[in-house]
Design a protein around this ligand. Structure first.
Ligand SMILES: NC(=O)c1ccc[n+]([C@@H]2O[C@H](COP(=O)([O-])OP(=O)(O)OC[C@H]3O[C@@H](n4cnc5c(N)ncnc54)[C@H](OP(=O)(O)O)[C@@H]3O)[C@@H](O)[C@H]2O)c1
Length: 309
């Protein structure tokens, strides 16, 4: 399959490129500012995805069998800091990609988020009422609607959970950020009463590919890990996994009640109901243990880490 992949340098995009290349697909990988190589990408292109004309030309030139959108402003604080840029990447971009997919008759995979729910009444099924409580979540919800309306016969929209794993920069995912704090001698702040259901970006990428390779799947789906877990518990397990007991600064547990202003924009419990996909795919649901086994010491912090050993 010829796949046009946006966000190839991101946490999910880079995992997807590697999964797709293992399965023999040709991947045209679009990056923004990332200058390094992207393993798994057959052909790397740098493009500002807010340039509609350049994006349209690139899609028409590639004339792909599938478009996979992993580009985004993927963190709520970044959306609040630059709402116009976030709107362009999180809403306008998926809408134009869906129209292009429809135009060239390509399958389209777009990623949404667990954050479309408010976190007060889990577990959330696909049909559960959505109630976004921050700008990022509102944008992801709007993108779902626009994509499914523009390419109903071609689009798969997956709501993903908190994602773990190894990023190209070594500074993107949860364990990598914990390492950044520890290497700087800081005690990371982690919520003890926020529940998420993480899976690795690599596991999500396998699901995206599996759905893409099947010709009978369209519409909106949920995917996540096998186990809901608090952020604090996850951080504790990461710390134990890397045997950082005495050498790194302790975790600072906080509760939502202690930070009411921040909590107003953060969901308490985003456990997802994974029907109808759970148990029906070749890709397994990942336990936390299976995720920990895949984490590597992030390259930017290796020197610090091995000096502790
Ligand atoms: N990470 C999570 O926990 C999580 C959870 C649920 C859903 N999701 C969703 O999953 C998708 C992928 O997220 P992610 O975490 O992999 O994102 P990420 O690591 O933040 O990567 C974002 C990607 O978008 C690209 N990009 C941003 N602005 C661009 C521009 N103007 N032009 C070209 N490329 C641009 C970046 O390219 P450069 O770096 O090269 O500039 C990068 O490749 C998003 O839709 C996100 O909302 C993520």
């Amino acid at each position: 399959m010829k796949i046009f992949l946006t966000g190839a340098s991101g946490l999910v995009g880079s995992a997807f490129a590697q999964a797709a290349s293992r399965r023999g697909h040709h991947v045209t990988g679009l990056v923004g500012s990332y200058a390094g190589t992207v393993p798994g990408v057959t052909e790397k292109r740098s493009l500002d995805l807010t340039d509609d004309a350049a994006l349209t030309a690139a899609v028409l030139e590639a004339f792909p069998d599938a478009i996979v959108n992993c580009a985004a402003v993927s963190e709520p604080p970044q959306c609040d800091a630059d709402p116009a840029r976030a709107q362009a990447l999180n809403v306008a971009l998926p809408a134009i990609l869906a129209r292009l997919a429809h135009h060239v008759s390509a399958r389209f995979v777009h990623l949404s988020s667990e954050q479309v729910f408010d976190g007060t009444n889990p577990p959330y099924a696909i049909q559960s009422p959505t109630r976004p409580i921050n700008l990022y979540a509102r944008q992801k919800l709007e993108s779902e609607r626009l994509v499914l309306a523009a390419a109903p016969e071609f689009a798969i929209v997956l709501r993903a959970p908190l994602l773990t794993g190894n990023s190209l920069s070594g500074k993107r995912s949860l364990h990598e950020r914990l390492f950044a704090d520890w290497a700087a001698g800081k005690a990371p702040l982690v919520y003890s009463d926020e529940i998420r259901q993480p899976c690795t970006a690599a596991n999500l990428a396998d699901v995206m590919l599996e759905l893409l390779e099947r010709n009978d799947v369209r519409g909106l789906y949920h995917w996540a890990g096998a186990e809901p877990c608090s952020r604090l518990e996850l951080a504790r397990r990461i710390r134990a996994h890397f045997k950082l007991g005495e050498t790194a600064a302790p975790l600072q547990a906080v509760t939502r009640a202690e930070n009411p202003k921040a909590a107003a924009k953060r969901q308490a419990n985003l456990t997802l109901d994974l029907q109808p996909l759970a148990g029906k795919l070749k890709t397994p649901l990942e336990t936390i243990e299976a995720q920990l086994d895949q984490f590597i010491v992030p390259p930017p912090f290796r020197e610090w880490y091995f000096a502790q050993a």
